[in-house]
Design a protein around this ligand. Structure first.
Ligand code: IPM
Ligand code: MN
Length: 360
């Protein structure tokens, strides 16, 4: 298969972890005989410094003309600390998601048996965790009207959702549940928010067309507790943009490190693959960042194009790195292995598998 892939390293550790994904995709290319063409483009703080905008037109064009996008991370502290800044890096990512209509952000959370000791949580409670968060990504409070009245110092962010925005991601979540354990949990705040009440109405009606799927609803505050106390009760979690952002970071505690969790952001025409973690600026260029979230995001890219054997081979190589303890210091404090070494190990161990490979 030929694929044109836009590569947006972004800020902080983004470029160095994405470099490891590229090594792995090169290895997949050689092992399975594909042709992947990578095209790098600017986004975030570097784009602001060089082009005055976090998402230059050129970058958007490259993304629109690609089959898929690999994204690293975004955000730099010099912008967070400046309330008067007119532009900041995160706007680039938000605009990109909107322009490409990437409305569904899919974030799997699994506990890897080889790493279960890393989680600070009760091992017995988390061992069977295998859930996926379907986070709505192009609406809600992230994109509602915003204003600040500098006279009265009143700031406003509006949260709004249309029936159409809710229904398109709901269908994706129900379809995903069909191939899994057949349960969807809608996480919301329907005891307070009008948008949540609309989500419930839309879901209740869509659920009629999926009689084999169990639909459950949970308030976000309770869901946050349940995710720590009893995560194996969840199969597909469906939620809005903001709740999904928060809940997926919390999910990373189950896995043992936020450096492990990948994601896919999909729409009807485009797809982008991004780790759930941020730019971790303190670790930039120190060769300590965990590349696994970025590498598994490349694995989700392969799955997206139905290159399932290839994706399995990549995941098998990642699991091998865990069992051989070839991991970065966030996983094992005493580890002497850096980003590059772990990336090389995984890329070198991508090989055709026999039929007996078991993803766990
Ligand atoms: C994420 C990130 C982004 C988000 C930030 C960087 C804007 O936290 O992808 O989870 O909030 O969506
Ligand atoms: Mn986040």
């Amino acid at each position: 298969m030929r694929l044109d892939i836009a590569v947006l390293g972004g800020d902080g550790i983004g470029p160095e972890v994405v470099a490891q994904s590229l090594k792995c995709l090169r290895s997949v290319e050689e092992t399975f005989g594909h042709t992947f063409r990578f095209k790098k483009a600017l986004i975030g703080a570097e784009a602001i410094d060089k082009k005055g905008t976090p998402l230059p037109d050129e970058t958007l064009k490259i993304c629109k003309n690609s089959d898929a996008i690999l994204f690293g991370a975004i955000g730099m502290p010099k912008f967070d600390g400046n309330p008067n800044a007119k532009v900041w890096p995160e706007q680039g990512l938000l605009k990109l998601r909107k322009e490409l209509d990437l409305f569904a952000n899919i974030r799997p959370v699994k506990v890897f048996p080889a790493l279960i000791k890393q989680s600070p949580l009760n091992k017995k409670l988390i061992k069977d965790t295998d859930l996926v968060i379907y986070r709505e990504l192009s609406g809600g409070i992230y994109y509602g009207n915003k204003s600040i009245d500098s006279g009265t110092n009143v700031a406003t962010d509006t949260c709004s959702y249309s029936e159409e925005e809710i229904s398109r991601i709901t269908h994706l979540a129900f379809k995903a549940a069909k191939n899994r354990r057949k349960k969807v949990t809608l996480v919301d705040k329907a005891n307070v928010l009008e948008t949540s009440r609309l989500w419930r109405r839309v879901l209740n009606s869509i659920a009629q067309s999926y009689p084999e799927i169990e639909l459950e609803t949970l308030f976000i505050d309770n869901a946050a507790v349940q995710m720590i106390l009893n995560p194996s009760q969840f199969d597909v979690i469906l939620t809005d943009n903001m709740f999904g952002d928060i809940l997926s970071d919390q999910g990373s505690v189950l896995a043992g490190s936020i450096g492990l969790l990948p994601s896919a952001s999909v729409g009807t025409e485009h797809a982008m693959f991004e780790p759930i973690h941020g730019s971790y600026p303190d670790a930039k260029d120190k060769n300590i960042a965990n590349p696994v979230a970025a590498i598994l995001s490349a694995g989700m890219l392969l799955q997206h194009f139905k290159l399932n054997e290839e994706a399995d081979a990549l995941v098998a190589a990642v699991l091998k790195s865990f069992s051989k303890k070839i991991v970065t210091p966030d996983i094992m404090g005493s580890s002497k292995y850096g980003t590059n070494y772990v990336g090389d190990f995984i890329a070198d161990n991508i090989m055709e598998l026999d039929d007996h490979f078991n993803m766990n």
